[in-house]
Structure formats: structure tokens, C-alpha cells
Design a protein around this ligand. Structure first.
Ligand SMILES: CC(C)(COP(=O)(O)OP(=O)(O)OC[C@H]1O[C@@H](n2cnc3c(N)ncnc32)[C@H](O)[C@@H]1OP(=O)(O)O)[C@@H](O)C(=O)NCCC(=O)NCCS
Length: 245
């Protein structure tokens, strides 16, 4: 048991550059919640469900971190800051996982089945990330702050955004068209954007036809052609607009 506590404290020094002394680290709510959870989980497995729940709720009251006593947590797990973390009953967390505040490992169904995520080894879960449903996050993945993930993620991926998308796999960027990372984030796969794009194409075709028609009328009437017609949707003639999708 004391070996485990020593390992937990060492883990904090590895994963939190702000940690300076053991005394300071002993005040970390992430550690308290983990230790409370170990007690609660033992009680849960010993079929003392009510007592287990009481321990986990006391832990929640003191730390702001809610870990269901049924959740299976691996070794060297560290929750930094911690406030607002929720880990559901059937969640499984691997070894060496680092998690920040306001993360939810939540369920998406009300049935008594495995309904919470399984997190692989060495995963980083950024602050505010929500991982929902009985999905699996592969080993050594990084889940970006505030991402919402509800699909399985293979090993060694970086996932960001809502819905969560893989932007990097095995260290290499994935298809850059998958998402635009400019500050004014526009998702080219978004339905509204897709519809706007097809309407724009339609408008362009109409405008080309109109131009042809004008030219024919000008020829018919013997009027001089105005060669200064700009295609209204020509990229070069749109001052100040940069379409970045
Ligand atoms: C997702 C994360 C792990 C990626 O880190 P990384 O591997 O160093 O990747 P980068 O910082 O190079 O980012 C890669 C791209 O994803 C974008 N990105 C990074 N994090 C993002 C996020 N949370 N949401 C949306 N986009 C994000 C970056 O802007 C960058 O886009 P670009 O390629 O167009 O420039 C990291 O950004 C993150 O969110 N970590 C969580 C940190 C945290 O919660 N800290 C709390 C401390 S209290």
C-alpha cells in the first residue's frame, strides 16, 4: 500500500512541472481523490456498494472530483487540478494516464451495461474534454482541451475539437482538409458549410450563364463588349476576403 502511495507521489513530480516539494504535493486534490477511490473500489468489489458510494461522495465533497467506486483505474494515474472531473461506473482507465480538470468519462445510455469509455495506457486528456460512451481511446493518445469524443480512437492519435477529430496519427498530421485550425474555426465538413458551398457553385453557374447572355445581347445590338466584367465570385476580385475552408 505504501509503495503505491510513494509511486503516486513520484507520478505527480513527473507530470506536474509546478510540483516542488512532497509537502506541497500532499495537498493535491487529485491524489486525495485517487486514494479515496482505492478505498471505495475495494468496498465496491466487496459488495459494500452503499459504503463505497459514501466514501466516493465524501471524496467528491472534499476534492470536487467524482469517481464512481466501480470505475477501474490503472497505476500512476494523475488528475491535475481536478475540480469538476467525473468518471463513470464502467469506465476503465489504463496506466500512466494524465487528466486535467473538468474532464468527463461519461455514459450515453441508461442501461446497466458497459456504457463508459475505456482509456488506454499513457493517454493525456486535456482540460474540459468529454469522452462519452463505451468507446476505446487507444494507448498514448492525446485528447485536446475541450474536445468531445464519442468514437473509438486508435493508438497514438491526437484528437481535438467538437466532434473530436484525429489531427495527428503516429506523429504525422492527418488529412489537412479534415479540419481548419485558423482562429475563426470553420469545419469544411459541417452541413451548413457544405450547403453554402453547393449554393455558391449554383450561383456561379447562373452568373456565368448571365454573362454569356449579356455578351450575346451586346453582339446582337451591336454594342461594344464590356470586357471589364468580373466574375462576381472570382477569388481575385473579392477584395479583403480570404476563404479559408
Ligand atoms: C491537443 C494537444 C494535446 C495537442 O498538443 P500538441 O501535440 O503539442 O499539438 P499542437 O499544439 O502542435 O497542435 C496541433 C494543432 O491542433 C490545434 N489544437 C491544439 N489543441 C487544440 C484544442 N484543444 N482544440 C482545438 N485545436 C487544438 C493547434 O492549434 C494546432 O493547429 P495547427 O496545426 O493548425 O497549428 C494540446 O493542445 C492540448 O489541448 N493539451 C491539453 C492541455 C491542457 O488541458 N492543459 C491544462 C493545463 S491546466
Amino acid at each position: 500500500m505504501f509503495g503505491g502511495i510513494r509511486e503516486d507521489i513520484k507520478t505527480v513530480f513527473v507530470k506536474d512541472p509546478a510540483a516542488r516539494s512532497v509537502l506541497e504535493v500532499l495537498t493535491y486534490p487529485g491524489l486525495h481523490a485517487l486514494w479515496f477511490h482505492r478505498v471505495a473500489h475495494r468496498l465496491w468489489r466487496a459488495r459494500c456498494a452503499s459504503l463505497a458510494r459514501i466514501v466516493s461522495q465524501v471524496s467528491r465533497f472534499l476534492t470536487g472530483i467524482e469517481i464512481h467506486p466501480g470505475a477501474q483505474i490503472g497505476r500512476r494515474f494523475f488528475i491535475d487540478h481536478g475540480m469538476g472531473v467525473v468518471i463513470g461506473e464502467t469506465a476503465i482507465v489504463g496506466d500512466d494516464v494524465l487528466m486535467y480538470h473538468q474532464v468527463t468519462l461519461g455514459g450515453t445510455s441508461l442501461t446497466h451495461t458497459k456504457r463508459h469509455p475505456t482509456i488506454g495506457n499513457g493517454v493525456l486528456i486535456g482540460m474540459g474534454a468529454k469522452i462519452l460512451g463505451p468507446i476505446t481511446i487507444g494507448d498514448h493518445c492525446k485528447i485536446g482541451a475541450n474536445a468531445v469524443v464519442n468514437k473509438d480512437i486508435p493508438d497514438n492519435c491526437t484528437v481535438v475539437g467538437i466532434p473530436g477529430r484525429i489531427i495527428r496519427r503516429n506523429g504525422a498530421p492527418t488529412d489537412s482538409a479534415v479540419m481548419d485550425n485558423t482562429i475563426n474555426r470553420v469545419d469544411p465538413r459541417d452541413d451548413t458549410i457544405q450547403e453554402l458551398m453547393s449554393r455558391l457553385e449554383l450561383l456561379e453557374r447562373h452568373s456565368e450563364k448571365l454573362e454569356e447572355l449579356i455578351e450575346r445581347i451586346e453582339t446582337h445590338e451591336g454594342l461594344p463588349h464590356n470586357h471589364n466584367h468580373h466574375h462576381p465570385y472570382d477569388q481575385d476580385t473579392l477584395p479583403g476576403y480570404e476563404v479559408s475552408i
